[in-house]
Structure formats: C-alpha cells, structure tokens
Design a protein around this ligand. Structure first.
Ligand SMILES: C[S@@+](CC[C@H](N)C(=O)[O-])C[C@H]1O[C@@H](n2cnc3c(N)ncnc32)[C@H](O)[C@@H]1O
Length: 272
C-alpha cells in the first residue's frame, strides 16, 4: 500500500561519475521525494557515455519521523494520549456516526484513537497511518480488535483504492511540508459526503502554544483559526470549526482556548 523506496532502471548520459558516487537530489515534484538519494550501483567504467544506471530511490527519514521514533521509545506516546485524550474523547463523543463506516487516523501515534474507533458501533475498519516506524510498532503491539490496521508511511505517500467515510488527525497535519498537499490528499481519500476532523492545540490564536517549534526544533506550520478555515475551503471542503475547552485543567490555555477542531465535509456526489 505504501512505499518508502522505489527501484528503477534508466539510461542517462552522465559525465565523470565514480562508481560509488552518491548523488543527492531534491526532487520537488512530489513531497515524499524531497531530499531523496540516488545511489548508482553500476557504471563501473567511469566513462562519459551513455550507461545503464540502476538506482534505488529511497526517501530519507525526515526530522519529524526521527523525533517521533524517539518519543515512541521513551513513553511520550502515552503522554500525548493522556494530554490529548480528554478533549479528543469529548469531541468524538459528540459525533453521530454513520450506521456503517470506515475511519482513517492520520499521524495515529500509538493508535489510541484507532483502538477506540474500532470498537465504535458500525465501524467496519479503522486504519492508522504514521510516518514514525516506532509509533506503528507500538500500535501494532497494542492492537485489540480485528478491524484495526496500522500503516507505516506518510499520508502524502499513501497509495490505496480505499475511500473513507471519516478521516481524523490530532496534532499531525501541521508537520507536513505542504499543508495544502496533505489536505488535497485527505480530500481525495474521502468518499463524497465524507468528513475530516482535524484537531490542533497549536494555532495562532492560542498564543501559549506558538513557541512549540522552538521547543521541539521542528518545522510546524502555524495558522490561525481563520487561516485553517481558508486552507480547508481551498481544498474543497465545506468547513466548520469547534473549540473544545477543559475548564478543569490547570493550564490556562486549555481553559480559555482549548483544542481547535476544523471539520471539513467533502461535498456529496450530487453537489460536486
Ligand atoms: C504530535 S504526534 C500526535 C500523535 C497522535 N495523533 C496523538 O494525538 O497522540 C504527531 C504524529 O504525527 C505523525 N506525522 C506527522 N506528519 C505525518 C505525515 N505527513 N504522515 C503521517 N504521519 C505523520 C508523527 O510521526 C507523530 O507520530
């Protein structure tokens, strides 16, 4: 279903290439291929003529996967579950789910939302995808039902014929190189009438969280509630937002701003 490396052969004219030279290319056309490496396995004779080169194109592990790989190993995935759990549960409890449905969790971490959704009445399949291999290993180990499934890979590179009734993401979309490309992909993966629930504590209106990129050293796209709505509308979604606050929490921002959920509905087939 997904790939992190691609093998291909091609004929190219190349000059002054050593047999073991590694060329790093920034392939801009597809976000999953940025910073990929092409290793030349043949071309032993170093001649500046047409040669057959056999390449393995591998997508380098990015900073985000590396950081969450280490978080998965030091107990921080459970901490995130605890930190995000209350508001996410409150939000999910307020949804009237379809009688039968499929569910995709993007950036599923240790799979806590997938496990919960797999047990929801009517859920035929709940899939979690995460670009951190260790998060997926973790989720696999805790699998509790037959209708759960976990995929290691980025949402941008997911290849599947399946279309979902619901997609969900908690604190993951803003890590994508391009929010627009990630949203386009999610829109594409939904059935007509399907909904995307996107939760974030990190948004410009919620000033207490805007320093997180400095703390983590990761690139995180910061948007206001208004900007999130625009991004969703531009991707084709009919959009609403909801802020879920926790009045009992000791953190002021949880009481005053809380988790922002952007709810995108892909128009029904009849209205597209
Ligand atoms: C802050 S954690 C949140 C995990 C989980 N949603 C939770 O609430 O506990 C973000 C997760 O998103 C994953 N992630 C970030 N960008 C992703 C992408 N483009 N595709 C798939 N997973 C992604 C990260 O590897 C990480 O596990």
């Amino acid at each position: 279903m997904t790939y992190t490396s691609l093998h291909f052969k091609s004929t190219k004219t190349i000059t002054s290439v050593n047999s073991n030279k590694i060329i790093t290319l920034a392939v801009k056309k597809h976000p999953s291929y940025s910073n990929c490496m092409i290793t030349i396995h043949s071309n032993k004779d170093r001649t500046p003529e047409k040669v057959l080169i056999e390449c393995t194109l591998s997508v380098g592990m990015d900073k985000v996967s590396r950081m969450f790989d280490s978080w998965a190993n030091n107990g921080r995935s459970e901490l995130m579950e605890k930190e995000h759990g209350k508001n996410v549960k409150k939000f999910l409890d307020g949804i009237s789910w379809k009688d039968t449905f499929s569910f995709l969790d993007i950036g599923c971490g240790n799979g806590w939302v997938v496990r919960r959704m797999a047990q929801q009445n009517g859920c035929k399949i709940a899939i979690g995808i995460d670009k951190s291999k260790n998060m997926i290993k973790h989720a696999d180990k805790m699998m509790s039902t037959k209708n759960e499934k976990y995929i290691h890979g980025s949402i941008e590179s997911l290849v599947t014929r399946r279309r979902f009734d619901y997609a969900f993401a908690m604190e993951s979309i803003y890590y994508s190189d391009s929010t627009e490309i990630a949203l386009d992909k999610i829109f594409y993966l939904l059935k007509p009438g399907g909904k995307f629930f996107c939760g974030t504590d990190f948004y410009a209106d919620n000033k207490a969280t805007t320093g997180w990129p400095k703390m983590t050293g990761l690139k995180m796209h910061l948007y206001s509630k208004k900007e999130w709505r625009t991004l969703f509308r531009n991707a084709g979604f009919k959009t609403k937002t909801k802020q879920v606050r926790d009045m009992q929490d000791r953190k002021k921002w949880k009481r005053e701003f809380g988790t922002l959920f952007i709810i995108g509905k892909k128009p029904d087939a009849s209205t597209t």
